[in-house]
Design a protein around this ligand. Structure first.
Ligand code: HEM
Length: 438
């Protein structure tokens, strides 16, 4: 067994990542090794170590201490992402019926209809001050109608949506972000901003609680029985604050796909030939149908290759945290029980050992077998992988299809910078212009 190479100080690591929030993660592992000691634990982009951490039961049963700390600092109860053991099982069991492949496919018609009705307000020539914000609005309507089973025209629904979105926006754009790569003393400077923001977020949660309670009453009076997130959590016996928190967390997780769709549109704006390829392919396969389903993906190689490349190039989590449940011996790493492991997804997805020209955005790479299939984990794998994957894929293709059938989207912002956090998002607005697709 080999001991782990000593890694950088948190300051040095963050300097590299802040200098370039995508390539910086690769620079880090090229400099310090694919697995290195970091803040008393391990940081790794070694596929063997990662597979072991994600698949072996002993390592998936306990949540990372880093996650637990974050969930204690964020107002509201922890969502499913932060849970472990029986509590996690109960929450996942409650919402899982919504996320299975077959259930997700049954949403396609209503999802398409909802996306199209949002796009009805978009006109050729329109300038969108922030494409991400516009795509998030579309995603929000999908969540409210399909996820939560709400009537979009109801003022209560609109109020609920507004608070969800503001909560999410605030946690992502704050200067007091907690999801830095490790802790360094200079982070203490964010404490005042953090305390202020925490107070505001607490008030938003109270607002959410009130709206959720009114919606629950309305639905009880109407005898609502659908398989939506409200009803499933209610049926599983969760209290009102628990339901509010979980709905808020699931919306937060859903927002990942809004980011990824926006990234896809940025790439299509840079590559009009790919927009044409995808549009033609969709037209040919759909013939007279208005929208694709997940079952169509097998017949849409260009669209699927494009989607996979967007997921590779723009992982929604640059790194995730895990904890060893027993001594870990994998690859060149040995680590005792109860140590934190940082899985460096962005570095894995960009590593020259595993990809040809990793820094180039090239959907055609997916036409060939992968050199290292374990180097692609946008949704992770194993018992704690993303539960929203099927929904995310469906929403991606349905939104792309609806948009490309109507518009060309030209992104006006030149170099888009991405925030250097574990959950990367755009550093500023993504200005865009719509033109008619002829
Ligand atoms: C492209 C879109 C998405 C990507 C790439 C993605 C990726 C991920 C990843 C990497 C995790 C694991 C985080 C960790 O354990 O540290 C995760 C967890 C999760 N995701 Fe997603 N996600 C996406 C969209 C969604 C959507 C649309 C939903 C649902 C509406 C969703 C719901 C969840 C939930 C509930 C978890 C926590 C699962 C658990 O801890 O058991 N995700 N996602």
């Amino acid at each position: 067994m080999t001991s782990i190479a000593k890694g950088p100080s948190a300051r040095d690591a963050k300097r590299l990542i802040h200098a370039n929030p995508q390539q910086g993660w690769v620079d880090l592992v090229l400099k310090y090794g694919n697995s290195f000691g970091y803040q008393g634990g391990l940081a790794t982009c070694d596929p063997e170590v990662i597979q072991t951490m994600l698949m072996q039961r002993s390592h998936t049963q306990h949540r990372s201490e880093g996650y637990k700390l974050m969930s204690r600092l964020i107002p509201g109860a922890p969502g499913v992402l932060f849970m472990e053991g029986e509590e996690w099982h109960k929450h996942v069991q409650a919402v899982m019926p919504v996320f299975t492949k077959s259930t997700v496919d049954s949403y396609a018609g209503r999802m398409h209809e909802t996306v199209v009705s949002c796009l009805a307000d978009w006109k050729p020539g329109d300038r969108l001050p922030d494409l991400f914000e516009s795509i998030t609005q579309v995603g929000l309507q999908v969540v409210l109608r399909i996820g939560y089973g709400l009537e979009l025209s109801d003022p209560l629904t609109q109020q609920f949506g507004e608070i969800l979105m503001t909560y999410k926006r605030q946690t992502m754009t704050t200067r007091a972000r907690l999801d830095e790569f490790g802790f360094s003393i200079d982070q203490l400077r964010i404490i005042p901003a953090f305390l202020r923001e925490r107070y505001e977020l607490k008030k938003r949660i109270q607002g959410l609680n009130q709206v959720v309670s009114q919606i629950m009453q309305q639905r009880q009076q109407a005898g609502s029985k659908g398989q939506d997130w409200f009803n499933l959590l209610n049926k599983a016996g969760f209290s009102l604050p628990q339901i509010t928190d979980e709905l808020n967390h699931i919306y937060g997780a859903f927002n990942a796909i809004d980011y990824v769709i926006t990234c896809g549109l940025v790439e299509l704006s840079r590559r009009p030939e790919w927009a044409a390829r995808i549009r033609n392919e969709l037209n040919q396969v759909l013939e007279h149908r208005l929208y694709p389903t997940r079952a169509d993906l097998a017949h849409l190689p260009d669209t699927t290759n494009f989607m996979k490349e967007v997921f590779r190039y723009y992982p929604v989590a640059a790194a995730v945290l895990r904890r060893t449940g027993e001594p870990l011996a994998a690859g060149k790493a040995y680590l005792p029980k109860n140590r934190e492991v940082m899985i460096l997804i962005q570095a894995l997805h960009f590593h020259p050992d595993f990809w040809d020209n990793p820094a180039s955005f090239d959907p055609d790479r997916w036409s060939h077998p992968l050199r290292e299939p374990r180097a692609y984990i946008p949704f992770l794998t194993g018992p704690r992988q993303c539960i929203g994957r099927h929904l995310a894929e469906l929403h991606f293709v349905i939104t792309l299809n609806a948009l490309l059938q109507r518009f060309n989207v030209r992104v006006l912002s030149g170099n888009l910078s991405i925030l250097p956090y574990l959950i990367p998002r755009f550093a500023g607005p993504v200005a865009a212009q719509l033109t008619a697709h002829t």
